[in-house]
Design a protein around this ligand. Structure first.
Ligand SMILES: C[S@@+](CC[C@H](N)C(=O)[O-])C[C@H]1O[C@@H](n2cnc3c(N)ncnc32)[C@H](O)[C@@H]1O
Ligand SMILES: [Zn+2]
Length: 438
């Protein structure tokens, strides 16, 4: 399976079972890669071009996999808390586009931490499913038949592994999973309906999108085609957050079509991926409540103030004071919170007890916890200082704004920006109080 320049999958030949057959799959040589606690065979040809062969493995995505280990840990903790009933069946977890199977294997070795888990790893490519079987064996994980525990050895970890070679959409329509991770090539949009259609109440869905050129508005036609949203020049200041909000709106619309609502738990942009995690709530009321969170974003090109509103208003006085330009409108997009503090706390707890993660995971989760308490849409501080000298230290600015009683935090989306509940004018005054510029 190959990726095309617009982030869509190029068609590979499909066999009768709907799986992918590729010539390269037949003769590929393996090399072993270690990541976290797992060793995995991957296609040796990938060393040159990770996305151009079956058995995809991109070492740069370790951070994404590390985060997904923490989010699964948080989802499992929260589920156990919600149901204190001892007869609760183990959570069914699916990596729907698993390639070498490395993530699901790491879930078993690093995220389970004694908890019972059923882990399904799936890929439509035959070569990948064979590789996944070998990789489970390589890591001492017996593979069970669907719905049975019969291959579990007494001394095996408390996990039941399943390997399948299916189109993800078909599998998702047929089986119900408590935790679903989607990491297709490019956009998640074609798979959203199947991801939510059978999702149980309080199920968790994690999505990794790499169609950032569409999500970040670089190709406005593609943004509109995939996300039904318009872009604006003003949103360039905070385009990474807009990307997360466009993806969340698409997830919420898909969920609503299947009588479900979503609550965002986490949104991260790092490397070349955007990852969002949502909790699903079943019911028309939950669906309607989610849809109400999808709104246009308006920004004032004169002063840079911005805000979500069903109407075209911007929280500034430029129009009444005679500024020439009309507000710019982008979206519609998700306007509500991107984070759930309790979920982030549990993800951070999972990170603190997992020794195999990249060093940046714990600080990243700590930053997200700060962001969870601060408002939407950050301000680029150097831009605010364009006419008045150099910017202050961002940590100092955040402290000053907090001391004045505003909600404020830095943001992982942009190291030069802050979130703040103050108006633009009040932020500029705080900057001036630090830099001494009027
Ligand atoms: C980006 S890779 C997944 C990488 C993997 N998550 C990891 O961390 O290494 C996408 C995978 O999706 C598989 N794939 C493509 N279309 C599919 C489909 N419709 N259903 C299931 N798998 C598919 C490809 O064979 C490829 O292995
Ligand atoms: Zn204005």
């Amino acid at each position: 399976m190959k990726r095309s320049s617009d982030g869509h999958n190029k068609d590979s030949s499909m066999n009768e079972a709907g799986c992918i057959d590729e010539a390269v799959s037949q003769q590929a040589a393996h090399v072993t890669r270690m990541e976290g606690s797992a060793s995995c065979y991957v296609n040796a040809a990938l060393q040159a071009t990770p996305g151009d062969h079956s058995g995809f493995f991109n070492p740069k995505m370790k951070l994404n996999r590390d985060l997904t280990i923490c989010t699964l840990g948080a989802a499992v903790s929260q589920r156990a808390l919600r149901f204190s009933d001892e007869r609760l069946p183990p959570p069914q977890c699916l990596d729907a586009f698993a390639a070498s199977g490395i993530l699901g294997i790491r879930w078993a070795l690093e995220a389970a931490r004694g908890a019972e888990l059923v882990i399904a790893i799936n890929d439509a490519d035959h070569y990948c499913s064979e590789l996944m079987m070998q990789n489970c064996a390589l890591n001492g994980l017996p593979v069970g038949k669907p719905g049975t525990q019969d291959s579990l050895k007494a001394d095996a970890p408390q996990v039941e592994m399943h390997v399948s070679c299916r189109r993800a959409d078909a599998l998702l329509h047929e089986q119900c999973f408590d935790f679903i991770h989607l990491d297709p090539f490019g956009s998640c949009v074609p798979h959203l309906d199947s991801a939510v259609a059978q999702a149980p109440h309080k199920g968790v869905i994690s999505l990794t999108a790499t169609d950032t050129s569409a999500l970040f508005g670089i190709y406005p036609d593609v943004t509109y085609r995939l996300y039904g949203a318009r872009t604006s020049a003003s949103q360039r200041e905070y385009f990474r957050e807009v990307g997360a909000r466009l993806l969340l709106a698409a997830v919420a619309r898909a969920a609503a079509r299947h009588g479900r609502g979503v609550t965002p738990l986490l949104a991260v942009n790092a490397e070349h991926f955007l990852q969002v995690v949502v909790r699903v709530s079943k019911g028309a009321r939950a669906a309607d409540a989610s849809l109400k969170q999808i709104m246009p974003l308006h920004s004032c090109p004169a002063c840079g103030e911005r805000g979500f509103a069903a109407t075209g208003s911007v929280p500034c006085s430029c129009a009444t004071s005679g500024a020439p330009s009309a507000p710019e409108t982008a979206g519609p997009m998700w306007s509500g919170s991107l984070y759930d503090s309790d979920f982030l706390k549990d993800a951070a707890e999972a990170a603190s007890t997992t020794k195999t993660l990249n060093k940046q995971v714990a600080p990243l989760l700590a930053r997200l916890q700060e962001e969870a308490a601060a408002p939407a849409l950050y301000y680029n501080v150097p831009k605010l200082c364009e006419t008045g000298g150099g910017p202050p230290k961002l940590d100092t600015l955040v402290s000053v704004l907090r001391a004045k009683g505003y909600l404020a935090s830095r943001t992982h989306f942009d190291p030069r920006s802050i979130r703040c509940s103050a108006s633009l004018l009040q932020i500029k005054e705080a900057i001036a109080s630090i830099t001494g510029q009027a």
